[in-house]
Design a protein around this ligand. Sequence first.
Ligand code: NOJ
Length: 742
Amino acid sequence: MSLAKSVCCSLSLACALAAAPPAAIEARIDQLLARMTLDEKIGQMSQGTALGSPVSERSRQQIKEGRWGSYLNTIKFEDRAEAQRIALKESRLGIPLIFGRDVIHGYRTVLPIPLAQAATWDPDLVEQGARVAAREASSVGIHWTFAPMIDIARDPRWGRISEGMGEDPYLASAFAAAMVRGFQGPSLDGAGSVAACAKHYVGYGAVEGGREYNSAWIPEILLRDLYLPPFQAARDAGVATFMSAFEDLNGVPATGNEFTLRQILRGEWHFDGFVVSDYNSVGELVAHGYAADHSDAAFKAVHAGLDMEMGTSDYYDHLKALVEAGKVDVKLIDESVRNILRIKFRLGLFDKPVPASADASALLAPASLEVAKRLAAESAVLLKNEGGALPLAKSIGKLAVIGPLADSARDQMGCWTIDGKSGEVRTFLAAIREKLGADHVLYAPGVKTPRDTSHDGFPAALEAARAADAVVLFIGEDWNMDGEARSRAFLDLPGAQAALVKELAATGKPIIEVMEAGRPLTFQETAAEAKAVLYVWNPGTMGGPAVADLLFGDAVPSGKLTVSFPRTVGQIPIYYAHLNTGRPASPKDLGIPPGTPVNPRGFLSKYIDVDFTPEYPFGFGLSYTTFEYSNLRLSAPAIPLGGKLTVAADVANTGRYEADEVVQLYVRDLFASVSRPVRELKGFRRVRLKPGEKRSVEFTLATADLAFHNTRMQLVTEPGRFQVWIAPDSDHGLQGEFKVTE
Ligand code: NOJ
């Protein structure tokens, strides 16, 4: 598949190349391969980490010799430009470097964390966000971002759940494609585009116990139905690269996994970009016990189809000897180099002049900040709003703003923001002061940081609460508690925060909790003390103004969860698309107080010391207005295999605020050759409704949308009975039924 241009540009060489058919690129690669030494080829397959700033003498020499094909996480534009100039002008074959960087959720304009972005259920907006990140990153000479991260995660103990899109493959696929489109733009070599990287391929979100870097055991059916679809969607959207994951998958590390890298990615999906390892993951094949030594690690990785090594230098240290000893066929090396060069050509790196300076105007542009603000506003999920406690009146006399996260720019940015600057973040406190006037705001953090266990700040916080008409409390996790290597075994509020909430509640003042965290937390007791709970994740640079708008009704919450929130860690993994089991529990079994064992009753699939349901289900999120669903209509009671069905319902805004509702389509295959989930998301739509407005929301369901992998790994739709819902979340909705016939 070619990413060649659909939009014509000026008469640059790059444009001529882009307009050329893929065969022209392949011919240029052939010419280069014919001239490259084995060392130069292996150099292309190696990524450097130590360029130096300014570029060190050693790096200059190495670039001239073609020692590296890429550099990771270099810091300054000037260094990248200088290194690229050397590669293009002073290396023997003039092969450009590709500079990769972790631009995960924004570059200088920090967007909400990906898990938050997913809560928007708004792929168009998420695409715009990725475009903002790409424009900013490419303006400083970055060619390649290590995003999107599209690992399905059903375990909030795993810290990296914050970097992904949640628990559902349909939704994650939509966002994977949106992000790839946003990063790569209409053409890879166009202005403001960077190559995207679908990571971490594959199954990393299933690490046992949610413990980082742990092993994943995933039956092939689940691999194909749950973990692979977002990657396939990224591939279908034209993603330029993949990154292999750290974990071992069914006993074979993902970085040396021929089945996933060669058979599925190349054989079944015909991916023609390149695959980079994760940091050190080639070398780690030894620690996994999958390779005898580092030479064996290089051997296994290259055979599996891993094109570029990040971190360790096993390729550079051993591949040449392996080729010379006849153990590695040079054809494998050529294939990897071809994949890498293909992306460099598509990016236009061979032909584009290296810009003389970075384009500072691309950073923090007003339009980008607006996208960041919209993302932050749309991603906030209203979990509770007793008696319409929110929105607050702007005419409020005094508002106490309390909590360690009210004025913490760093925490607002969240994990993986290596380029965001705290000074550029608009904090919650600053935005509330701006909206209300500083005189109306009484600020006392209560505790210094989320993990602070001291109660020393409580008296000042209580005094502020007593003097105020309402309390807005910013609590949660600090930014450094989620992301890579931040697995938790407890998901409750850290430090003295819960104690602070308790004491504040005792003042009798209405409490609005704004939760900032990179994962679902378990916080029932604190939520019970509050009148309203707004989950804002880590909302980024514009989180302050976005949340202030939501608190005071200038915007209405519309985010919906893309992960189920457990009541307690012991319920994990808990997700909406579970199988029914032979002994499903029923609503009659609900009402068990968490942590209090009741007398066992019945032999059903549940717990005796907590409800079997989540605290907040997938798809859930409240609004300031109310929506009513009615009149479910199916275009036919039965459709033949290969046919299509229209499912529609009326959605009315029955409240007082104009607002967006995320309308969701679910199905259940009632009987099949493999047990099917009790519900599966098959569509969603964000609709804006004025008070009193009613609209018909319509979905088309093809029988192919009902397909799953059977025990022979065939993708099939089996005739039979299906339930269908148009719903506000995974736990409610209007239900209908249809048949699929032969
Ligand atoms: C390790 C992380 O797992 C990966 O997501 C990241 O892109 C690389 N390091 C590069 O920093």
